[in-house]
Design a protein around this ligand. Structure first.
Ligand SMILES: Nc1ncnc2c1ncn2[C@@H]1O[C@H](COP(=O)(O)OP(=O)(O)OP(=O)(O)O)[C@@H](O)[C@H]1O
Ligand code: SF4
Ligand SMILES: [Mg+2]
Length: 340
């Protein structure tokens, strides 16, 4: 038995007065034991809403309207996270013990009015039966482990007293404090300078090896993907448009969107001003018509087909999935949420 998370047909929508924003529109993602997964896509593709949905953190007017998130544990137990009530004890136990989240902005995770040590200790107290003193020792060890100097002193400091890099490390300590099996890291280093970014990524790699974890990196940084992850999901307009191993994705990108993403990262010796940029932006996923989501920006679009039907995600090579009519004529089946 191994740890495994299987997200199937996840749909998370925001019900606004102006209409329905289909932020995540039918996503399948599998996270295997000790795997490092990457989720990539431009701003607005639905990466964060997808990750927040897994832990049921999407707030009204947002709602998970469809899908399952089945967590299979090493001990053989199996639960669908979406079957629990948002504030239930079951869900609280999953957050922390099974799956933890590292947010882009640490202040989302920390309250400004309590010390760092107090907040990590509360998390540990919720999930273990250690005494107060044992918890303090555990947290100080953890702060030390994530590279925070003078951890005993930092324990009693407030979030605003720490630098951005330190806060990010403290948030990783918070996420790791209950030995989660899966860590969802949503742009964990974007706010940091390049040197600190590399340090944090190295640190997470090291902790992953030691602690037997899977990590899902959510990022728009292709370089992070290239260096860090085993398998990649490319998201566009709330859907997965391609997924395969990192090696295969860079060697043989199939989807016109992925091809452009791959060409947008600098190669050694290449001038940054010569990089390809993908013209246009990701549309707001509202009032969607049944067509390929990338149609409005796709140079290879086939008129009369790509703007009339939605391509299905199909397996082109073993383990290499793509959603594009250039590779398969299969179309996505409508469901009860298609026409709202
Ligand atoms: N609270 C909300 N209310 C309405 N729409 C929202 C809300 N949160 C997100 N959205 C919309 O859902 C879509 C997906 O947003 P999401 O934050 O998941 O994108 P992202 O891929 O994480 O982008 P970024 O790279 O900028 O973090 C966007 O169109 C966004 O405008
Ligand atoms: S389905 Fe058509 S519009 Fe969509 S990515 Fe493929 S070629 Fe481009
Ligand atoms: Mg985001």
């Amino acid at each position: 038995m191994t740890n495994r998370l299987e997200i199937k047909n996840l749909k998370s929508f925001f019900f606004l007065d102006e209409g329905v924003v289909k932020a995540v529109n039918g996503v399948d993602i599998t996270v295997g034991d000790q795997e490092t997964i990457g989720v990539i896509g431009e701003s607005g593709c639905g990466k964060s809403v997808m990750a927040q949905s897994i832990l049921r953190l999407v707030q009204p007017p947002g709602e998970i309207v469809k899908g399952t998130a089945v967590l299979k544990r090493k001990d053989g137990t199996e639960v669908d996270i979406f079957s629990f009530e948002p504030n239930s004890a079951d869900l609280r136990s999953i957050r922390g013990n099974d799956i933890a989240m590292v947010f882009q902005e640490p202040m989302t995770a920390f309250s400004p009015v309590y010390t760092i040590g107090h907040q990590i200790s509360e998390m540990v107290a919720l999930h273990t039966s250690l005494s107060r003193n044992e918890i303090r020792e555990h947290v100080i060890r953890l702060l030390n482990r994530v590279g925070i100097s003078n951890p005993a002193q930092r324990f009693d400091e407030y979030p605003h007293q720490l630098s951005g890099g330190m806060r990010q490390r403290a948030m990783i300590a918070l996420a790791l404090s209950c030995n989660p099996k899966i860590v969802l890291a949503d742009e964990p280093t974007t706010a940091l300078d390049v040197t600190i970014q590399a340090q944090i990524l190295d640190l997470m790699k090291e902790l992953q090896r030691e602690e037997d974890m899977s990590i899902v990196y959510i990022t728009h940084n292709m370089a992070v993907i290239a260096e860090t992850v085993d398998r990649v999901y490319v998201m566009y307009l709330g859907q997965v448009v391609e997924s395969t191993t990192t090696e295969e994705l860079f060697a043989n990108p199939l989807h016109p969107y992925t091809q452009r993403l791959v060409r947008s990262i600098p190669r050694p010796g290449q001038r940054v001003d010569k990089l390809e940029v993908i013209s246009g932006t990701v549309p707001i996923p509202m009032d969607l018509s049944p067509q390929c989501g990338f149609f409005s920006r796709c140079p290879e679009a086939i008129a009369g087909q790509c703007n009339k039907m939605m391509p299905a995600l199909t397996e082109k090579e073993e383990g290499h999935f793509v959603r594009c009519f250039l590779y398969s004529q299969e179309t996505e089946q409508d469901d009860e949420w298609t026409n709202i």
